[in-house]
Design a protein around this ligand. Structure first.
Ligand code: HEC
Length: 105
């Protein structure tokens, strides 16, 4: 019997599946980190921000890695880049929340 093989295969598929489908999943750590910089951040704003970031911020240059700037630096960049990406208000805030949560420090 090679039941160990199937056990392994099922585990691998489950693990891969959660990574593949979890592309937009926001970890509790990310939410916590974003909230420590902006109390109005939530899983919903971070998720929305991620989508906006990926959709709006790669038209002029490659999508910057969220880890390429610290949580202290991102607000400056988002303020500068939001008009470039034609976003403002809640959308701008959402992008910042995502970057705060995913930032390099
Ligand atoms: C209309 C074009 C345009 C759009 C859209 C745009 N950028 Fe930029 N971005 C630029 C230009 C031009 C520079 C270089 C100028 C500078 O350094 O001030 C730049 C530089 C940057 C930098 C600094 C370089 C780096 O890689 O660290 C960051 C960070 C950045 N953009 C983030 C963003 C984010 C986040 C968004 C989406 C909200 C965005 N950009 C959308 C034109 C754009």
């Amino acid at each position: 019997m090679k039941s160990w093989f199937w056990g392994l295969a099922v585990t691998a598929v489950a693990a891969f599946g959660s990574v593949a489908c979890g592309g937009s999943a926001i970890s509790p750590e990310m939410v916590q980190r974003a909230q420590s910089h902006d109390a109005s951040a939530s899983e919903a704003t971070i998720m929305k921000g991620k989508q906006l970031f990926e959709g709006k911020c790669a038209t002029c240059h490659a999508l910057p890695a969220p880890t390429s700037h610290t949580a202290e630096e991102w607000p400056e960049w988002v303020k500068k880049m939001a008009p470039q990406a034609k976003i403002s208000g809640d959308d701008e805030k959402a992008v910042l929340h995502y970057l705060l949560g995913a930032s390099g420090g």
